[in-house]
Design a protein around this ligand. Structure first.
Ligand SMILES: [Zn+2]
Length: 226
């Protein structure tokens, strides 16, 4: 149990103080065994913890589907290289192009069918975004030592849904992502999960996050006022 987890005596998702459990952020099921030693846990009530398990399963299914499609051992071998590159401060341009390339390669039709491969398949993006928002809430409390206050909430977008935005909003989002991606990456598991975050200069409660799974599927999440 982490130091912060001990300090937080409420569910980081709903604030309940009843029947508290330990919840993995991101869900433990994403990590193949043997699981990494630096998994993050947060306080969660049993209702929130168990209530999310179906969404978590769906999340893993869809991610692994995409992860496996077009996955070659050779590509997998390049992960350590990519990870190392992303951690080098002098490689900021590379980090930016890494995320920009995700915008270009992850294409969806209007109906939510993933078109990045030979045969598209349907993805419930809102459901994936919901899991990403939950992970962000957990990471927020892990890093800052308190639950996101009621005045704020998480807005989560898969990179695909950013593609559907109007050009101006998209430019704004890409600008934020470029900045956030220049901060220090946090890595858990061998290429399974990486995240970056940056607080706004004028409000410590406003925080932008990038979550990347399997170095392939990314979400852009923001803790913002309701
Ligand atoms: Zn709860």
């Amino acid at each position: 149990m982490s130091r912060i987890e001990k300090e937080i005596r409420e569910c980081v998702y709903c604030g309940s103080t009843d029947d508290l459990t330990s919840d993995h952020v991101p869900p433990k099921l994403l990590f193949p065994r043997p699981r990494p030693s630096n998994l993050i846990t947060v306080r969660s009530c049993r209702v929130c913890n168990q209530g999310a398990s179906k969404d978590d399963e769906y999340f893993r299914l869809k991610l692994c589907l995409r992860h496996d499609v077009g996955e070659h051992p050779a590509a997998k071998e390049t992960w350590p290289t990519i990870l190392r590159s992303l951690q080098r401060p002098e490689k900021k341009g590379l980090q930016q192009s890494f995320f920009r390339s995700m915008f270009q390669t992850n294409r969806l039709s209007n109906g939510g069918v993933y078109l990045g491969t030979g045969h598209g398949y349907k993805v419930d993006l809102a459901r994936l975004d919901r899991v990403a928002a939950r992970i962000t809430a957990g990471l927020f409390s892990h890093h800052f030592g308190y639950r996101i206050p009621e005045t704020h909430h998480v807005e989560a977008f898969s990179v695909e849904s950013l593609n559907g935005m109007d050009p101006q909003s998209q430019q704004t989002a890409i600008g934020v992502i470029d900045r956030v991606s220049q901060t220090v990456p946090h890595l858990i598991g061998d290429g399974v999960f990486a995240y970056w975050y940056q607080q706004a200069v004028d409000s410590e409660l406003v925080v932008s996050w990038i979550l990347t799974f399997f170095l392939r599927v990314s979400f852009f999440c923001m803790v913002v006022p309701r």
